[in-house]
Design a protein around this ligand. Sequence first.
Ligand code: NAD
Length: 426
Amino acid sequence: MVAAYNMPVQTHNTNAYETALAQFDKAVRFLSIPDGVAEFLRYPRREFTVNFPVKRDDGSMEMFTGYRVHHNTVLGPSKGGIRYSLAVDMNEVRALAMWMSWKCALAGLPYGGAKGGVVVDPRALSPRELESLTRRYAAELIPVISPHADIPAPDMGTNPQIMAWMMDTYSMTVGYSVPAIVTGKPVNIGGSLGRNEATGRGVITAMTEALKRSESLNSRNIRIIIQGFGNVGSNAAARAAELGFTIVGVSDVFGGIYNPNGLDIRALRAYVADSGDLRGYAEGELVSNSELLTLPCDVLIPAAMEGQITRDNADKVKAQLIVEGANGPTTTEADDILNGRGVVVVPDILANAGGVIVSYFEWVQDLQAFFWDEDEIFRQLDRAMVRTYEATEHTAEEYEVDMRTAAQIYAIKRVAEAVMTRGFYP
Ligand code: NAD
């Protein structure tokens, strides 16, 4: 019998793929690329589903389902994270893989897009069960991953330790160490300095670029709300606090905390490191995740999951600037409402590209067996984020469109041109 905690749940995720396709269709209309090429880019190249057993600590056996989707591989090997969540399903993975294609193309990386996931709540497993699940899933993926074909990384619910188990499983199977098989590994086995901080730091770089250009926000004491306090949210909070911004609200899956006078992010991170989540932190007013999104602030950073800003709450969002740390947090209907209200949205494929940019640096370092210091990583990351922001901004001006459509136009154009240069096989 399949236990409740690993039962695939069909939720909002059909919408994530619908959102990804709607964004693509909106952007592709601005480009004069052949219909056949546009159609080709709407489809994932390969979709892989695996069903596998894991032995529980009590000796029983449970079945789990995992996925890996390669959306496009024209610019290079496919790249994208692995998500452990009960909300994972094929449509969510398809959407996330497609966004990875555009994100890599926008940032100028020599990668296509991929994504993977397992339908599981990782908090419901013991460390030993989590390791077994990860190793078996990695073994099941061996036909479709390689350092030259498809390179996984962490995403929601996964972390450097899980990447270490994936790297070890792959290495033990082929018979020698292959650090470049995954990125986001611990530094002592070939991970890159700065990878943990990269996405959150990049989100704040994108935010500061947007603030510089905002007439209403550029001279104010900026108040920020962040939804999600995992890798992206907590590192974005830490970087923002380091630069002197005030974080007035944060949340995790259990709910949020709001304090209009500002939260002490160092204390909050220490609390979460100790207790595992935000529950019980007393220095603010308790709010729900949906309330948090509409509380007073200047900048809202959704950094949890997709489908959070919808037609139901988009008109209530107080922030004048939204910087998408998460992938797909804003639905297309919400985008229209926000654009109509003059709220600037720095889109996911631009705002959270810092993760894949430093993953690219990690892969390059692993392939060359030559490692860079942290200053070098952050210098190159900051430059890449500003360059990507400027490319999106120029495209927005050229086509007179919002930042999301501009980012998609730029990325789709780059991939479409590569398709046409390579030609169709056979
Ligand atoms: P994570 O697992 O480290 O953290 C996720 C956070 O979101 C946790 O605090 C969790 O409690 C919270 N959360 C989960 N479900 C929630 C819900 N329904 N409502 C509110 N909060 C909820 O994950 P992460 O790596 O920080 O990823 C967060 C988002 O950023 C995802 O959309 C992911 O795809 C995206 N992203 C991550 C990276 C990366 O490098 N890790 C890179 C680019 C984009």
